[in-house]
Design a binder for this molecule. Structure first.
Ligand SMILES: Nc1ncnc2c1ncn2[C@@H]1O[C@H](COP(=O)(O)OP(=O)(O)OP(=O)(O)O)[C@@H](O)[C@H]1O
Ligand SMILES: [Mg+2]
Ligand SMILES: [Zn+2]
Length: 506
């Protein structure tokens, strides 16, 4: 950049033709300026950084231009020049965020008593007007309704719902839109050309998206990117700077999903699991949107993926473990494979159930059988993250699951979390696996169809039934869930769709 001025200020629009993405507002304001049909008070509302303050200044400058009435200020007359320098004596700007009291408004009303010094009008711009106190609003009302003929008010706010109805009904209201990202991208490109900075289209696309329709936010990011990348913006550095996942990595995830390469997919997700999950899912949605028009992926497949991502985002919203959600979301996309495999394994093991072949631990008890054959299996099939190491998982299982009893048919396990939040999360994410593996192993062992009973201790029950009195003392366990193989398969069907589960005849 050839000077150090902040881009957002350097490229503040000077007239309504330069205002980006607010055509409706610009057209109406230009028309009223040109025809000199003016209201007493205007209200500009809308998203932060979308052009409200800029428009208020343009409107004021154009009204006071010596060539007025016009919709395009001349930029040459003394009035335009003073306005551009921000030193026009008849344009009074007040920031209501820092002058919110009744006394501030009284001062302002006092100033409306005096004629303009050089122009036709005296223009009061009250920015962030929603910050005024109730008393200040009331003090403003009368003047707003019947100001001296030379006074114009322009109020600006991001939050018009906070304004009293009395104020709203006394102003002409213009609402500023979120700026379309194609227009934002075009604007960024124009600026970069003028600044002699090279770029690739992808980095512009990414920066435009990051601003969420606010041009100021986008320009601030652009400026950071220029500092970060030097005189040439490239997508690699831009994504790194924004903490986004490299698009190439997401492309890779997508192709692994499509080719249903589960193991590699898990590895790929592991490599992005340190990023913010919501952001990863948002970026993935963007990738899917691009694919809708540019590739041969079936729309049905895309829709399925969209749904998986959206339900992942909903889970995040409920506060679910974010890394778990990331794995779940992508693995769900290839779920027909996963589920078929799980069920097949179980069915094969069932039909080959040969208890005598099982390695029964030395002391022969069900308890040590559980610890020796269920827990290690759960750990091996632990499909989730690198953060949850085998050790953590083992510790959590050992300290929070208690094997109670196996009577030849019912396996009773007690889950007791006390106050350990992190183990609760770890285990909750693996309930399904613990359940499936326990049933498999005990089925194998007994040659019968086993059922699982979860027992939960007082602490856990208390959490789920907060208004029930807690009975202390004694072994207060209670059956909360009972799951048979049929029920388990039913629940798989419910989760993944019944057409995805191929049940073999038993
Ligand atoms: N519609 C737009 N067209 C061109 N530039 C814009 C537009 N909106 C914002 N900008 C850029 O962002 C900067 C800030 O805009 P402005 O102060 O007008 O936003 P605002 O809507 O008043 O924001 P806030 O709600 O935060 O006060 C401008 O200097 C300009 O560079
Ligand atoms: Mg503003
Ligand atoms: Zn002028």
């Amino acid at each position: 950049m050839n000077d150090s001025k902040v881009l957002a200020l350097k490229y503040r629009p000077k007239n309504f033709n330069e205002l980006v993405g607010q055509e409706a507002v610009a057209r109406t304001l230009k028309y009223s300026l040109q025809s000199d049909s003016l209201a007493n008070a205007y209200l500009f509302s809308g998203l932060r950084g979308s052009g409200k303050t800029s428009s208020a200044r343009i409107f004021a400058k154009t009204l006071l231009c010596e060539t007025a009435p016009t919709s395009l200020p001349c930029e040459e007359c003394e009035s335009c020049q003073m306005a551009n320098r921000g030193s026009h004596i008849d344009i009074i700007e007040m920031d209501a965020a820092s002058n919110r009291k009744i006394d501030d408004i009284r001062d302002l009303i006092e100033q409306t008593q005096y004629q303009p010094s050089i122009g036709r009008f005296k223009i009061f711009i009250i920015d962030e007007v929603h910050m005024l106190t109730k008393e200040a609003f009331n003090a403003l009302l009368k003047t707003l309704e019947e100001p001296p003929s030379y006074v114009k008010f322009i109020l600006a706010t991001t939050d018009p719902l906070k304004l009293p109805q009395t104020i709203l009904s006394r102003t002409q209201h213009f609402s500023f839109k979120r700026i379309d990202k194609h227009l934002v991208a075009q604007h960024l490109k124009d600026i970069l050309h003028r600044e002699n900075i090279e770029f690739d289209d992808e980095s512009i696309e990414t920066i435009s998206r990051s601003g969420g329709g606010s041009l100021r936010d986008t320009l601030t990011t652009l400026q950071q990117a220029i500092v970060y990348c030097g005189n040439s913006l490239d997508i690699g550095s831009v994504t790194e700077m924004l903490g986004l996942v490299d698009p190439q990595t997401l492309e890779n995830v997508l192709s692994l999903v499509l080719s249903k390469k589960r193991e590699e997919l898990i590895e790929a997700i592991k490599s992005i699991s340190s990023y913010d999950s919501e952001m990863v899912l948002d970026e993935f949605i963007n990738l899917l949107k691009q694919k809708l028009f540019s590739s041969d992926i079936e729309p049905n497949t895309l829709q399925k993926m969209f749904e998986a991502v959206n339900s992942g985002k909903r889970l995040l919203f409920t506060g679910a473990d974010s890394e778990f959600v990331l794995y779940l979301t992508f693995l769900k996309m290839i779920s027909d494979d996963i589920v078929t495999k799980v069920v097949e394994v179980q069915q094969v093991q069932k039909s080959e159930a040969q208890p005598q072949k099982m390695v029964v631990p030395a002391d022969g008890s069900d308890k040590s059988f559980f610890w020796n054959s269920v827990i290690p299996e759960v750990i091996i099939s632990n499909p989730l993250s690198s953060k949850i190491t085998d050790e953590i998982l083992q510790k959590c299982m050992e300290s929070h699951i208690e094997f109670i009893d196996f009577n030849g048919r019912d396996i009773s396990l007690q889950f007791c979390f006390r106050d350990n939040e992190s183990c609760k999360k770890v285990l909750r994410a693996r309930y399904g696996t613990i359940q499936a593996v326990s049933i498999q192993q005990f089925n194998k062992r007994s040659g019968k169809k086993s059922q699982l009973k979860y027992l939960e201790c007082e602490e856990v029950k208390r959490e789920f039934q907060p208004d029930k009195p807690i009975e202390l003392g004694g072994v207060q366990t209670e059956k909360v869930e009972e799951v048979s193989m049929d029920q388990f398969i039913e629940s798989l069907k419910e989760t993944f769709g019944s057409d995805k589960i191929v049940e073999k005849p038993r």
